[in-house]
Design a protein. Structure first.
Length: 146
Protein backbone atom coordinates (compact mmCIF):
# COMPACT_ATOMS: atom_id res chain seq x y z
CA UNK A 1 0.00 0.00 0.00
CA UNK A 2 2.70 2.53 0.94
CA UNK A 3 4.78 1.68 -2.14
CA UNK A 4 2.02 3.09 -4.35
CA UNK A 5 1.82 6.32 -2.35
CA UNK A 6 5.53 7.06 -2.54
CA UNK A 7 6.96 7.12 -6.03
CA UNK A 8 10.50 8.53 -5.91
CA UNK A 9 9.40 12.14 -6.47
CA UNK A 10 7.12 12.01 -3.40
CA UNK A 11 10.02 11.75 -0.95
CA UNK A 12 11.77 15.07 -0.35
CA UNK A 13 14.48 16.86 1.55
CA UNK A 14 13.60 20.47 2.36
CA UNK A 15 14.71 23.59 4.16
CA UNK A 16 11.60 25.33 5.46
CA UNK A 17 11.48 27.72 8.42
CA UNK A 18 8.03 27.13 9.92
CA UNK A 19 4.94 24.96 10.07
CA UNK A 20 3.04 27.40 7.84
CA UNK A 21 5.85 27.32 5.27
CA UNK A 22 5.80 23.50 5.31
CA UNK A 23 2.02 23.36 4.82
CA UNK A 24 2.18 25.87 1.96
CA UNK A 25 5.03 23.98 0.26
CA UNK A 26 3.31 20.61 0.62
CA UNK A 27 0.07 22.09 -0.71
CA UNK A 28 1.86 23.60 -3.70
CA UNK A 29 3.60 20.31 -4.49
CA UNK A 30 0.38 18.30 -4.21
CA UNK A 31 -1.93 20.69 -6.07
CA UNK A 32 -1.11 19.36 -9.54
CA UNK A 33 -1.23 15.75 -8.37
CA UNK A 34 -4.74 16.05 -6.95
CA UNK A 35 -6.23 18.67 -9.27
CA UNK A 36 -6.87 21.37 -6.66
CA UNK A 37 -5.35 24.76 -6.00
CA UNK A 38 -2.62 25.06 -3.41
CA UNK A 39 -4.85 27.47 -1.45
CA UNK A 40 -7.65 24.86 -1.20
CA UNK A 41 -5.20 22.30 0.14
CA UNK A 42 -3.50 24.77 2.48
CA UNK A 43 -6.91 25.74 3.87
CA UNK A 44 -7.90 22.09 4.47
CA UNK A 45 -4.59 21.35 6.22
CA UNK A 46 -4.82 24.50 8.35
CA UNK A 47 -8.37 23.57 9.38
CA UNK A 48 -7.16 20.13 10.46
CA UNK A 49 -4.29 21.64 12.46
CA UNK A 50 -6.73 24.06 14.15
CA UNK A 51 -8.71 21.02 15.30
CA UNK A 52 -5.63 19.56 16.98
CA UNK A 53 -1.96 19.14 16.26
CA UNK A 54 -0.81 16.47 13.84
CA UNK A 55 2.58 16.46 15.57
CA UNK A 56 2.52 12.93 17.00
CA UNK A 57 5.78 13.21 18.92
CA UNK A 58 9.40 12.13 18.49
CA UNK A 59 9.94 14.77 15.78
CA UNK A 60 7.16 13.47 13.51
CA UNK A 61 4.07 15.20 12.09
CA UNK A 62 1.35 13.70 9.94
CA UNK A 63 -0.71 16.55 8.45
CA UNK A 64 -3.71 15.13 6.66
CA UNK A 65 -7.05 16.07 5.18
CA UNK A 66 -9.96 14.46 3.40
CA UNK A 67 -11.03 16.42 0.35
CA UNK A 68 -14.23 16.04 -1.65
CA UNK A 69 -12.65 16.86 -5.01
CA UNK A 70 -9.92 14.20 -5.12
CA UNK A 71 -10.37 10.65 -6.35
CA UNK A 72 -7.39 8.79 -4.88
CA UNK A 73 -5.04 9.19 -1.92
CA UNK A 74 -1.98 11.38 -2.39
CA UNK A 75 1.05 11.43 -0.10
CA UNK A 76 4.38 13.20 0.32
CA UNK A 77 7.16 12.50 2.80
CA UNK A 78 9.60 15.24 3.80
CA UNK A 79 12.68 15.33 5.97
CA UNK A 80 13.56 18.85 7.03
CA UNK A 81 17.20 19.84 7.29
CA UNK A 82 16.42 21.57 10.60
CA UNK A 83 13.55 20.70 13.00
CA UNK A 84 10.75 23.27 13.42
CA UNK A 85 8.08 23.95 16.01
CA UNK A 86 4.84 22.09 15.22
CA UNK A 87 3.14 22.28 18.63
CA UNK A 88 3.58 18.51 18.79
CA UNK A 89 2.01 16.54 21.63
CA UNK A 90 5.42 16.01 23.26
CA UNK A 91 6.58 19.60 22.71
CA UNK A 92 9.50 18.48 20.54
CA UNK A 93 10.33 20.11 17.19
CA UNK A 94 9.50 18.18 14.01
CA UNK A 95 11.79 17.14 11.18
CA UNK A 96 9.87 14.23 9.59
CA UNK A 97 6.57 15.06 7.92
CA UNK A 98 4.14 12.74 6.18
CA UNK A 99 1.32 14.42 4.23
CA UNK A 100 -1.80 12.44 3.36
CA UNK A 101 -4.67 13.76 1.26
CA UNK A 102 -7.60 11.37 0.78
CA UNK A 103 -11.00 11.40 -0.89
CA UNK A 104 -13.65 12.66 1.51
CA UNK A 105 -15.88 9.60 1.17
CA UNK A 106 -13.10 7.09 1.86
CA UNK A 107 -12.67 7.33 5.63
CA UNK A 108 -11.72 3.66 6.00
CA UNK A 109 -8.82 3.83 3.54
CA UNK A 110 -7.70 7.16 5.03
CA UNK A 111 -7.53 5.66 8.52
CA UNK A 112 -5.80 2.49 7.28
CA UNK A 113 -3.13 4.55 5.54
CA UNK A 114 -2.60 6.76 8.58
CA UNK A 115 -2.28 3.64 10.75
CA UNK A 116 0.23 2.03 8.37
CA UNK A 117 2.41 5.13 8.29
CA UNK A 118 2.17 5.61 12.05
CA UNK A 119 3.29 2.01 12.63
CA UNK A 120 6.34 2.53 10.39
CA UNK A 121 7.23 5.83 12.03
CA UNK A 122 6.96 4.41 15.53
CA UNK A 123 9.74 1.96 14.69
CA UNK A 124 12.88 3.64 16.02
CA UNK A 125 15.14 1.72 13.61
CA UNK A 126 13.17 3.00 10.60
CA UNK A 127 13.09 6.59 11.90
CA UNK A 128 16.81 6.58 12.70
CA UNK A 129 17.50 5.20 9.22
CA UNK A 130 15.44 7.95 7.58
CA UNK A 131 17.18 10.62 9.63
CA UNK A 132 20.64 9.30 8.79
CA UNK A 133 19.93 8.72 5.08
CA UNK A 134 22.26 10.60 2.72
CA UNK A 135 19.69 11.27 -0.01
CA UNK A 136 16.01 10.85 -0.93
CA UNK A 137 16.61 7.45 -2.54
CA UNK A 138 17.95 6.06 0.71
CA UNK A 139 15.20 7.82 2.69
CA UNK A 140 12.53 6.21 0.51
CA UNK A 141 14.17 2.80 0.90
CA UNK A 142 14.25 3.19 4.70
CA UNK A 143 10.63 4.36 4.80
CA UNK A 144 9.29 1.55 2.65
CA UNK A 145 11.64 -1.41 2.94
CA UNK A 146 13.36 -1.42 6.32
Amino acid sequence: MLQDLFPPDHVLLARLPSQNAVLRELAARSAVGVGLTHSEITHALAQREAFGTTGIGHGIAIPHARLRAIIRPFALFVRLDKPIDWRAIDGQPVDLIFLLLSPEGDAGQHLQTLAAVTRRLRDRKIVDGIRSAHDVTEMRHRLLDS
